[in-house]
Ligand binder design. Structure first.
Ligand SMILES: [Zn+2]
Length: 404
């Protein structure tokens, strides 16, 4: 057990999976300054400070002020003030199942600093950047789904720290034929836990008892990479693997020692395609602070597919783009090796129609609230319906409506 600070009765703990916080200083009684630990890449560059997750004990009934500092960083080699501000208030929970957004946060860009005030009803209370999703959550989900006759899983490799990397496949094996194939990827970046909630929503719906899901399983194959960076998820990382490599860059610099996660996931996709498998659409799921958009492969031939996918997402899900659908450039930075994303890499390797979906964590006008865990699960369900239709499995018949 690591006690980072114990004064009077308030204590901050980071002794659990996914926890992260930097140095802590007491400014006065119940007023703490907490640095966000952040993370840099293998060259000490591109510092990102977009993850914190800690437990507060002994604070029930007390008004606690927490100043989050050391937010500044760098993105794609350009320095910035960081992206944590008053548009991205933390979430808190008393049981780590129900997460609520904290209201009334204050941001001071001159430091930069985000001030939180919380008067917890109970102790302990957990506080995080977004609702966490750990390897324990994934294990629990797979434990529930395992045994369904239309569920299969395979270990495709191990992470730098030796954790299993998984591929889950959902389809009805009794319905044979040349079915369209969709491939989903979640959690290339450890902090982006909402992508795991989306993947969970997708898998739960796909394997549900509904006739609609059964029909999709008969007509479509879904492959899912549920967690690309389990090491980062366990240690409370941000966006680099344990050796400092961004797992959504470096798809042109494959090194099985330094970035075994990229090597294993890439190999699984290429082996499938090289073995004659169809791959109609690959989609990697990501989060940003305030932007939401869909990006397609760097090839104008896929413009029609991109537009069809985009239109269905807008029409049938909570997706609310902040910019038009676009095709990716061939590389994020052609002058520098190690800057190719999975979208760019899979297109370069096998002309795979790979897409990237970014979803915001800030206030969502279409939902009318900050996105909740339930919103992410529901989006996963809607995404399955949209994907099944986009890859040509035909429109999914609407659910039977209750008559009255
Ligand atoms: Zn990301």
């Amino acid at each position: 057990m690591i006690v980072l600070l114990a004064l009077l009765t308030i204590a901050v703990y980071t002794d659990f999976e996914g926890a992260s916080l930097g140095r802590i200083r007491r400014l006065a009684g119940d007023w703490l300054e907490c640095a966000v630990a952040g993370e840099t890449d293998h060259e000490g560059r591109n510092r990102q400070a977009t993850w914190y997750y800690f437990r507060l004990e002994g604070a029930a009934g007390r008004l606690v002020t927490i100043d989050l500092v050391e937010l500044a960083g760098e993105y794609n080699y350009k320095p910035n003030r960081g992206v944590i501000d008053d548009r991205t208030p933390p979430v808190y929970s008393y049981d780590r199942r129900t997460w609520r957004h904290l209201t009334g946060v204050e941001y001071d860009p001159s430091v930069p600093l985000l001030r939180l005030r919380i008067q917890p009803e109970r102790s302990p209370v957990w506080i995080a950047h977004v609702p966490p999703y750990t390897t324990g959550d994934l294990a629990r989900l797979l434990g529930e789904l395992r045994g369904h006759p239309h569920f299969a899983e395979r270990v495709i490799g191990t992470s730098a720290e030796g954790r299993e990397l998984l591929l889950v496949t959902v389809t009805d094996p009794d319905a044979r034929g040349d079915k369209p194939v969709v491939w989903l990827m979640a959690r290339q970046h450890a902090w982006e836990s909402p992508t795991s909630w989306v993947a969970e929503g997708a898998l739960r719906f796909l394997l549900s008892d509904s006739s609609e899901a059964a029909s999709i399983r008969r007509r479509t194959v879904f492959h899912v990479f549920p967690m690309v960076d389990p090491d980062g998820v366990v240690r409370g990382g941000v966006r680099f693997n344990v050796h400092g490599y961004d797992l959504n860059r470096n798809w042109d610099a494959i090194d099985p020692e330094k970035m075994p996660e990229i090597a294993a996931h890439r190999r699984a996709v290429l082996d499938w395609v090289d073995g004659g498998g169809r791959l109609d659409l690959f989609l990697t799921l990501h989060n940003t602070e305030t932007a939401e958009y869909l990006e397609g492969p760097p090839d104008g031939a896929f413009r029609g597919l991109l537009e069809r996918f985009h239109k269905l997402l807008v029409g049938r899900s909570s997706f609310e783009p902040t910019r038009p659908a676009s095709l990716a450039p061939p590389s994020t930075d052609p002058a520098r090796k190690g800057r190719m994303t999975v979208v760019q890499g899979l297109y370069r390797d096998r002309k795979i129609p790979a897409f990237l979906l970014e979803q915001r964590i800030s206030f969502h006008p279409k939902l009318g609230r900050f996105p909740t865990v339930e919103d992410r699960l529901k989006f996963g369900e809607d995404l399955v319906r949209v994907l099944a239709e986009v890859v040509g499995a035909g429109p999914v018949p609407p659910r039977p409506q209750a008559t009255r």
